[in-house]
Design a protein around this ligand. Structure first.
Ligand SMILES: Nc1ncnc2c1ncn2[C@@H]1O[C@H](COP(=O)(O)OP(=O)(O)OP(=O)(O)O)[C@@H](O)[C@H]1O
Length: 238
């Protein structure tokens, strides 16, 4: 039996192998993510970034290897256990803003807080604060269909951050945004992660955006090719 990972790692993975319908996506990936760290996963299209985030965030079961969250095994959980872990401990921002179309922006952001048991007033107050941080407070009463893509994405970021989960996964979160908005949303993600001591795992094509992270791992063809020494991060709020 293998040893449990070190206590100070939030996420710890060893030898992850994962295929999609016979197409190998990850071919033995090992990595660790420390508490409060902002880790960027870079690599060309099809290199396995989304699959890696899927395996680390318990969305996808691994074919081989181990994934641990705070010294508890994830790779041995069944579907229900993985779903509970995701719902209770992880936030997710995808490259497309998937919001509930019938709800206003504020209701969308409040929803995960209400599902976690918060009272209506507290959930709506927190949602308003997060919309304000993401610079979309003016959209609070509008529904997703009335908003452009980049505003919807900011709301999706607010929704992921509002419950302040221990880990937020962001899979190419700036893809729907224009250049200036990309920088701003990334800065907000980075500063929220730092001020709320969240751990952030971010997949991106853009090495420039990886500058906001504490550390980068680079994937090529389902393998980590290099884990460069920490590059100077852009200070939050700049
Ligand atoms: N649902 C799927 N069904 C079949 N093959 C898949 C599926 N998802 C991913 N793949 C394949 O697995 C490999 C890794 O894909 P993945 O999406 O993880 O890479 P990526 O680095 O995130 O790519 P991108 O930057 O384009 O999002 C690719 O060869 C891809 O075609």
């Amino acid at each position: 039996m293998s040893a449990a990972p070190p206590d100070n790692d939030v996420l710890w993975a060893r030898g992850i192998v994962k295929s999609h319908h016979g197409t190998p996506a990850l071919r033995g990936v090992s990595l660790r993510v420390r508490e409060g760290e902002m880790l960027a996963v870079t690599g060309p299209r099809g290199s396995g970034k989304s699959t890696l985030l899927g395996c680390l965030s318990a969305q996808l079961p691994v074919d081989e290897g181990e994934v641990w969250f705070h010294s508890a095994p994830v790779h041995t959980l069944g579907r229900a256990g993985r779903e509970r872990l995701r719902r209770e401990r992880f936030g997710w921002v995808g490259s497309e803003p998937h919001l509930v179309p019938e709800l206003t922006a504020r209701e969308n952001v409040a929803l995960p807080l209400l599902l976690a048991g918060a009272g209506h007033r507290a959930a709506h107050r927190a949602a308003t604060e997060w919309l304000d941080r993401l610079d979309v407070a003016d959209c609070a009463k509008l529904r997703p269909a009335d908003l452009p893509q980049d505003r919807r994405q900011r709301i999706a970021v607010a929704r992921a951050l509002a419950p302040e989960p221990p880990v937020v996964f962001a899979d190419d979160p700036t893809a729907p945004l224009h250049r200036d908005a990309r920088e701003q949303v990334l800065r907000i993600l980075a500063s929220a992660a730092r001020s709320h001591h969240l751990t952030l795992v971010l997949a991106t094509h853009d090495p420039e955006l990886a500058r906001y992270s504490d550390r980068t791992v680079h994937l090529v063809d389902g393998r980590i090719t290099a884990e460069p020494a920490a590059v100077p991060a852009v200070p939050a709020g700049h």
